[in-house]
Design a protein around this ligand. Structure first.
Ligand SMILES: N[C@@H](CCC(=O)N[C@@H](CS)C(=O)NCC(=O)O)C(=O)O
Length: 315
């Protein structure tokens, strides 16, 4: 399809759609885990022991999936233990690029110009998207994991013998509830906004739009009872997953992705909740509105002229 054809060149996440024009996200392909002793984790092979200075996390501030990994890194006090490299927020015809945007790292420490070079270094036969986030092992020169859901879990506890800081974002006693709400949030909201934005048919868009706002309405009512976070007083990984979508909502999803029933600021409990998380130690540094706007509005299939909106100026 033409729409698909155009934006496969400029913005790659729409690599697949179903027969109704619904966007389908690619599954991640590197699934090894960093563990305290280097034993294999739930998937993949072993050999990736938690060590200070050994790993590097590649992120884009535009990207909610990368940002959720970066948020866990900050919450767990791992900034000195894991190096972070930030790519240019504007996806090029060769994917993510290093350098050329304020607040992005000018160079990749290992000398790559594009993210895809790291993928082929790790696997010369790799086929698929060169997505962020990427957790990279400097010692063996390979890609450990490119699935943010896994990276969040590793950063939550694999390094606790090196730095023991921050809340347990996935307490075993809450695993079932967390997994269930994560799953709903992903389908209806985190990925729902992308399904609205990248729908290639009117019914697919309307279906996604309805899902997004039904989910936001339920969350607004859940948070209206005065609780600080989704499950009460304690922050969990589900809050991190929700926050990354909320913080992009007014700047990108409301306009570009046509999720425009209302702005987030019109939902008082959700807006206050977002501000509460933004105020946590280290979190504001993971949110760059200039990268978010420049990145999303550089998606040519959705915004051919490339004009970046002036507002909102702040969150
Ligand atoms: N499953 C991945 C998804 C990551 C993802 O889709 N990242 C997007 C940016 S928001 C990306 O890098 N896209 C580049 C491309 O598809 O070429 C995760 O959650 O880690």
């Amino acid at each position: 399809m033409l729409v698909n054809g155009i934006w496969q060149e400029n913005w790659q996440p729409v690599q697949a759609k179903d027969e109704q024009g619904r966007f389908i996200r690619q599954t991640s392909s590197f699934r090894n885990w960093v563990t305290p002793d280097g034993q294999p984790g739930p998937t993949g092979t072993g050999g990736f022991k938690a060590e200070a200075g050994r790993y590097r996390l590649y992120v884009a501030y535009i990207c909610p999936w990368a940002s959720r990994a970066l948020m866990v890194l900050a919450l767990k006090g791992l900034n000195e233990v894991i190096e972070v490299v930030v790519v240019n927020p504007r996806l090029t015809e060769q994917g993510w690029q290093f350098g050329g945007f304020p607040g992005a790292d000018e160079r990749d420490p290992s000398g790559a110009r594009y993210m895809h070079e790291l993928y082929t270094r790790a696997d010369p036969n790799f086929t698929g998207r060169a997505t962020v986030p990427v957790l990279w092992d400097k010692q063996t020169g390979t890609l450990v994991n490119n699935e943010s859901a896994d990276i969040m879990r590793m950063l939550n506890n694999a390094f606790s013998r090196i730095v023991n800081q921050g809340p347990d974002l996935y307490p075993p006693a809450m695993a079932t509830e967390i997994d269930a709400l994560n799953d709903t949030l992903y389908r209806e909201l985190n990925n729902g906004v992308y399904q609205a934005g990248f729908a290639s048919s009117q019914p697919a868009y309307e279906e996604a739009y309805a899902k997004v706002f039904a989910c936001l309405d339920r969350l607004e009512s859940r948070l209206s009872d005065g609780r600080a976070f989704l499950f009460g007083d304690g922050l969990t990984e589900t809050d991190v997953r929700l926050f990354v979508t909320l913080v992009r909502f007014d700047a990108a999803y409301h306009g570009l992705f046509k999720c425009n029933r209302n702005i987030l600021a019109a939902m008082p409990a959700l807006h206050a909740y977002m501000q509460r998380i933004l105020a946590l130690d280290g979190i504001a540094d993971t949110v760059r509105l200039d990268h978010i706007k420049a990145g999303y509005y550089s998606i040519k299939a959705l915004n051919p002229g490339g004009i970046v909106p002036a507002g909102p100026g702040e969150l």
